[in-house]
Design a protein around this ligand. Structure first.
Ligand code: ZN
Length: 378
């Protein structure tokens, strides 16, 4: 699958390599799946291959787990390669549990690009499936190699089929969205249809897993099915919210979100700074130095948290953040560029400056978030 959702920094991820400029990571959760696959498939190997020792069966099952992860990686690199060919930057590829994700920095801007990126992953899985079934016809089915090839064929077939289910956030859902987008001319309409289809798919996955699995509770197909369904249900909702934000983004401009700010000297107390802000109807405070140059921005949450009796004795420096370059935004920013700037340096408040560098006002991140989540008026 592929996504443009921003994700946490790769603290707990193991970097295993690069694909062109794109780093590839494995999440620690993958080890759990490798262990589960090894334990559940060793008996399958032992039953299929005559005279195989227990240790060889476990070794082969573990090798299958590793090769399967590489197949999932190949699926993701399919998405990544097509994204790069279309000029879309890919932040990284992460392999976790049973799946993986290619994090694309910006969503495709054309339905055709969305279609190509989405299809590339499942296409790789289908090619691997076909190659493995082909190889199975020429190897001894009762040999270690025969069992391995058959396991890889079926597992890749399942990856391709599952990912092609026509609901967001799955690849098939993105294909569906691209088609509706192309026909309707509206990305948001495509996403709405894809997201609702994703919820229908989630219910069908949960329902069929429970019906097929009646009676055998434990770590069973039923539980895995319900977990997958929950993942799909919430993923569909997230896709919809992301699309609404993307739809509203072009109309969001910094100019309209500006809060009036007030310049205050650094040696002022919190009590006096707040008094001046209230009397001047300012909704943000910028700390300036002796030459009136902005040096820091006051954090609204922090200054509000100072107890009343402490305010006359608390200095502004304890409730403000020094102005690093990322906290200063030019007033002309809008749409995606604005969101990118805020994402690059996360903060509660930013100083907005005119073209000549003079302060124009304050941007509060809460106002930006509200503008992006407000129901569309048109
Ligand atoms: Zn995929």
């Amino acid at each position: 699958m592929s996504t443009n959702r921003p994700s946490p920094p790769p603290r707990h991820l193991l970097r295993v390599g690069r694909f062109f400029s794109v780093p590839i990571y494995f999440a620690p959760s993958w080890v759990i799946i490798a262990a589960l696959l090894t334990i559940s498939y060793a008996p399958v190997v032992a039953a299929q291959v005559p005279h195989v020792s227990a240790s060889s069966a476990y070794l082969l099952a573990f090798a299958f787990a590793v090769l399967f992860a590489l197949c999932v990686l190949a699926h993701e690199l399919g998405h990544t390669a097509v994204s790069l060919l279309l000029g879309l930057r890919v932040r990284r590829v992460v392999i976790f549990l049973l799946g993986g994700v290619s994090e694309i920095e910006h969503d495709p801007q054309r339905p055709r690009d969305e279609l190509l990126v989405s299809l590339a992953g499942p296409l790789v899985s289908v090619v691997i499936t076909a190659a493995c079934f082909g190889a199975y016809t020429v190897v001894d089915p009762r040999s270690m190699l025969g069992v391995m090839v058959l396991l890889l064929a079926w597992s890749n077939l399942i990856v391709a089929a599952f990912n092609l289910l026509p609901g967001l956030p799955l690849d098939g859902g993105r294909v569906f969205r691209a088609v509706v987008w192309g026909l309707s001319g509206s990305r948001l309409t495509g996403t709405r249809v894809g997201a609702w289809s994703g919820r229908v798919v989630a219910v069908l996955v949960a329902g069929s897993a429970l019906i097929l699995d009646r009676g055998t509770w434990g770590i069973s197909a039923g539980i895995i099915g319900v977990a997958l369904a929950a993942y799909l249900w919430f993923g569909a909702g997230q896709s919809l919210r992301a699309a609404q934000i993307l739809d509203r983004l072009p109309s969001v401009s910094l100019q309209r979100l500006l809060r009036p700010g007030l310049l205050v000297p650094w040696d002022l107390s919190v009590a006096e700074a707040l008094r001046r802000a209230w009397s001047g109807n300012a909704r943000g405070l910028v700390v300036v130095d002796a030459a009136d140059a902005p040096r820091a921005i006051v954090d609204e949450a922090q200054i509000s948290a100072v107890p009343l009796d402490r305010r006359p004795w608390t200095s502004l420096s304890t409730v403000s953040r020094p102005l690093e370059p990322g906290l200063i935004l030019p007033v002309g920013l809008q749409g995606e560029a604005l969101l990118d700037a805020v994402r690059a340096t996360p903060a509660h408040e930013y100083l907005v400056v005119n073209a000549d560098g003079s302060p124009a006002g304050i941007l509060a991140t809460a106002d930006l978030a509200a503008a992006l989540q407000r129901p569309a008026t048109a």
